[in-house]
Design a protein around this ligand. Structure first.
Ligand code: FES
Ligand code: FES
Length: 410
């Protein structure tokens, strides 16, 4: 950890940061300035562009610690900036916004063009914008907006803008004029904390018997990956559930999309296919099960690679069986995973974490069903006909219900 002292949108900020924390993550996660969007996280798309000492910088590939003593401007910090005020109007008028995801980075880059190149023509504006990717608008509206603001300041020179242009030409910071009240986006924070607290309570007390309903919270485990805690109840004695959960082949048969190809003692090789919205992956890999008989808990440590996207996944699935009543057990699942490669961009999204929780719930239902079958039966489980589309829609629907305050955590 190192001490970081910077100025963000005119406000002095002092925090401890890890050396590896990127500026974009620091702005979003620590300062809740979520107007800065992260997309490719490779410095390619420009969505994360912010100003550092008045110059556009990719915050996804800039270490926060490297910004010591610098002045950062995010999309939340332009309210008194004469160029940005004109650009915002122009983006609206010229229909330069569609989904709006690229917009914070587009505006930062557009402001820089207006500052540095007062006489830029369309070709030059397009070249300058080529480092920012917009997937929706075809750039026509964005280019027209920048050209209209350039024209505006040619037709009606502005003293503040001229002063900023002189500063930029001399290589000095052309910062937005100081504002008294920098804004942070904190509107949803209180609500989401409340919801998490409610979810944990529901999980402990209110999961319906034998339903396998999963509950729990997803958090980011600093430096280790993403952690999803969940669990389900099963209407069978804990010892019987534990015995079943120790049989790797039986467990894999309950997990949608998973196949064990070989097993030697506590080591298994296999694959798991995942299809969820834009994610389509088939991870192949190996895992080792570490068991603690006395505690009725186990950790399955595994790693694998997706042959399609070349993404790599690493994770620990920890589970613990506890007795709730003579004929009822609870299985708590603690999943810690990290992804590298193209699929990594999805790993932190709430939607994916909801999907994982839904998979755990389905897994719980399958365990209940399998335990209800007579000894030796291998009749197919209903979830064997797993529908990725149905699951995707189910997760989306649950999120929509929660968003409008009516739904419980599922
Ligand atoms: S998220 Fe930084 S350039 Fe794409
Ligand atoms: S407006 Fe959607 S990516 Fe640009």
């Amino acid at each position: 950890m190192s001490q970081l002292n910077i100025e963000v949108n005119g406000r002095k900020v002092s925090r401890e940061v890890l050396a590896r924390t990127h500026l974009g993550d620091f702005l979003r996660d620590d300062l809740r300035l979520t107007g800065t969007n992260l997309s490719c996280e490779h410095g390619v798309c420009g969505a994360c562009t912010v100003l550092v000492d008045g110059k556009p910088v990719r915050s996804c590939i800039t270490f926060a610690a490297a910004c010591e003593g610098r002045q950062i401007t995010t999309i939340e910090g332009y309210d008194t900036d004469p160029i940005m005020l004109k650009l915002r109007d122009a983006f609206n008028t010229n229909h330069a916004l569609q989904c709006g995801f690229c917009t914070p980075g587009m505006l930062a880059t557009s402001r820089d063009i207006v500052l540095r190149l007062p006489d830029a023509d369309e070709e030059r504006v397009r070249i300058e914008l080529s480092g920012n990717i917009c997937r929706c608008t075809g750039y026509q509206g964005i280019t027209a907006s920048v050209l209209s603001v350039l024209k505006h300041f040619r037709d009606e020179p502005n003293e503040q803008v001229d002063a900023m242009r002189r500063a930029a030409a001399e290589g000095k910071a052309a910062l937005p004029p100081e504002t008294d009240a920098p804004k942070t986006f904190s509107g949803f924070e209180a609500k989401s904390i409340q919801r998490e607290a409610k979810a944990v309570t529901n999980g402990a007390d209110a999961a319906p018997a034998g339903s396998g309903a999963a509950s729990g919270a997803a958090t980011s485990a600093p430096g280790k990956g993403t952690s999803v805690k969940s669990g389900f109840n099963v209407d069978f004695p804990a010892v019987k559930v534990w015995e079943f959960m120790s049989d790797l082949k039986a467990v894999a048969a309950c997990l949608p999309g998973a196949v064990i190809e070989s097993q030697e003692g506590n080591e298994v090789k296999g694959r798991i296919a995942i299809k969820f919205g834009p994610m389509n992956a088939a991870f192949k890999g190996a895992a080792t099960l570490e068991r603690d008989e006395a505690d009725m808990s186990a950790v399955l440590r595994g790693a694998g690679q997706d042959s399609l996207s070349q993404s790599r996944a690493k994770g620990d699935v920890g589970y613990r069986v506890t007795s709730v009543a003579d004929d009822r057990a609870r299985v708590d699942v603690d999943l810690l995973y990290s992804l590298q490669g193209p699929l990594a961009q999805f790993s932190r999204s709430g939607l994916v974490q909801d999907f994982v929780k839904r998979m755990i719930a389905d897994f719980g239902r399958n365990v209940s069903l399998r335990l209800s079958q007579p000894e030796g039966s291998d009749a197919p489980l209903p979830q064997a006909e797993f529908s990725p589309f149905k699951m995707f829609m189910g997760v989306l629907w649950a999120r929509i219900k929660r968003l409008f305050g009516g739904g419980k955590e599922e």
